[in-house]
Design a protein. Structure first.
Length: 534
């Protein structure tokens, strides 16, 4: 069954298909969630992985059970000895792990190995392991691994259910051990980013910031230290790996000014036997925010310093530098007129699968809130916005499945509510959506010539009621400040709203902010003649 996971303050909650959050989920012992770090999630099988905001990476299932991704490994050395009465002979070493299982006995997680014991010789005796460590985490059992006589490879030996037993003795022969040696293990690092790709979890380490780490295949709790790829340039900044973008055939890794991709299928026992490789895609772009990354239909969309980029099989391109009059909104991202560029690193994004749009949330110029958003139409390759709502301040964006598994985009707000779009043209139930549009400066192709702007004719789709306010500002090209208001009757398809007046240039502002009032303009005509010219 589909479910949605959110972090609300310092708690985790499930959201059902009706959009209703559950009670706060119970966190494991000694786990806390930071409210100053952004939670980051990945889907791995039937589990959601949560990193960055918790002090240790977590797994959450559809029932709301929260577990640590990797239990802490045993810290004490098993004390092995020979005990009379058994039938085992040889010299052996032992080491211990902790396991977490589900109610059906399936292994969900296993810790890294604890310290290896000293070798112990037995002669027709039991091999006893004592002083076994108890886990501070909630675990299902302890697993002991043992070598064959005089060997260096460890095999599963005996499992102790629960988390109370500190000793065991057994005389299982070498022939009775599993034919399969112990699998590679390892603790998950303190992950700041996480992604699921090629049957593994991948993430950036909070400590080793230039290193990409990976789990074993289909084993989300096992993170051998050898599953490591350096993403250069090492030491170039204090952030390191900023974002991950998993596409079908490559995993994108974003740094501040570089983008790399990892390809391959396996890690070997040595670097030379691994076919995972990182390759530089570009050093002319990077990724500002992990939360700006959305991968949709095998194309990754993300924000950099000078605009929004798309990365697909054809390479990387800036989609905010489109053709003039269609998709070119470069000034949104390269000037201080629209957005607070110092907060690009906290931008968030989502895909609206209903209207096929990439939606990016940003802070307005001079604001520290994510109080604006813009949209890129994936079909038309056009930009729309900036948008603002007066009903709430967005803080997160998500796509939530309904009971029929239909995806719908939703926003989370600073007030703790989740919001979705509605057909009625109002924010919430009574707050108007402010239709507020400025045109370019019209100068008739002669910016230094005084002219008279004559009749302004507006054309639009007929509405049942309403009036549109049109404010014309005319004057000098660099500062058309002489303003005059006009009205368009929205119940008419076309209307001459009056003479604008004299000036070298004019800009028009169209505004309507009545709750529930639709406005759909089709165009306008503005005639003029130059003074002294007939």
């Amino acid at each position: 069954m589909a479910f949605t996971l959110i972090q609300a303050g310092a708690t985790l909650k499930l959201v059902d298909t009706a959009g209703t959050p559950s009670a706060a989920l119970t966190l494991p012992t000694n786990i806390v969630l930071s409210t100053s770090r952004t939670p980051r999630f990945a889907i791995f099988g039937k589990y959601v992985i949560c990193v960055n905001s918790p002090n240790r990476p977590l797994t959450i299932d559809g029932n709301g059970t929260v577990r640590v991704l990797s239990p802490r490994p045993p810290g004490s050395v098993p004390v092995v000895s020979a005990q009379s009465g058994g039938a085992l002979s040889g010299s052996y070493k032992v080491k211990q792990t902790f396991r977490v299982k589900d109610t059906e006995g399936n292994i969900l997680a296993e810790s890294d190995f604890g310290p290896v014991s000293a070798a112990q010789a037995v002669a027709s005796q039991y091999l006893r392991a004592a002083s076994l460590d108890l886990s501070p985490d909630s675990v299902s059992s302890s697993m002991l691994y043992r070598t064959t006589t005089g060997g260096a490879v460890f095999f599963p030996w005996v499992e102790l259910n629960g988390n109370t037993q500190t000793s065991i003795q057994d005389d299982l022969s070498d022939a009775g051990l599993s034919l399969v040696a112990a699998a590679p293990l390892g603790s998950a690092p303190d992950l700041v980013t996480v992604a699921s790709w090629r049957g593994r979890l991948w993430g950036g380490d909070r400590v080793d910031i230039d290193h990409l780490r990976a789990s074993e295949v289909e084993r989300m709790s096992a993170w051998p230290r050898s599953n490591d790829i350096l993403i250069p340039p090492q030491g170039a900044d204090s952030v390191g790996i900023r974002a991950l973008a998993p596409r079908r055939e490559a995993l994108g890794i974003g740094r501040r000014n570089h983008i790399f991709q990892v390809t391959g299928t396996t890690f070997g026992t040595a670097k030379t036997s691994s076919d995972f490789r990182s390759v530089k895609v570009t050093e002319n772009a990077g990724i500002e925010s992990q939360e700006s990354v959305v991968v949709y239909r095998d194309t990754a969309y993300f924000l950099w310093k000078d605009g929004v980029y798309a990365w697909d099989s054809g390479g990387i391109r800036c989609i905010s530098d489109g053709k003039a009059g269609k998709g070119n909104v470069r000034s949104w991202f390269t000037t201080d007129s629209y957005f607070n560029r110092s907060r690009f690193n906290v931008a968030i994004a989502q895909i609206d699968p209903i209207r096929n749009k990439y939606r990016l949330f940003l802070s307005a110029a001079g604001s520290s809130d994510l109080d604006r958003w813009v949209e890129y139409d994936l079909n038309e390759e056009t930009w729309w916005g900036p948008h603002q709502t007066a009903a709430f301040t967005p803080v997160s964006a998500m796509v939530v499945p309904t009971a029929n598994d239909v995806l719908k985009p939703m926003m989370g707000s600073t007030s703790g509510f989740m919001w979705e779009e509605q057909a009625t043209r109002t924010d919430n139930t009574a707050t108007a959506i402010d239709f507020d549009v400025d045109t370019k400066r019209h100068d008739g192709g002669t910016p230094n010539v005084e002219k008279v702007f004559k009749h302004l004719r507006m054309t639009g789709v007929v509405q049942s009621n309403g009036r549109l306010t049109i404010t014309a500002s005319k004057g000098e090209l660099d500062a058309p400040a002489d303003s005059q208001a006009h009205q368009m009757d929205l119940t008419k398809a076309s209307q001459d709203v009056g003479i604008i007046g004299a000036g070298k240039a004019v800009t028009l502002n169209f505004r309507e902010n009545t709750a529930g009032q639709d406005v759909q303009l089709l165009g306008y005509e503005l005639g003029f003649h130059e003074l002294g010219v007939r």
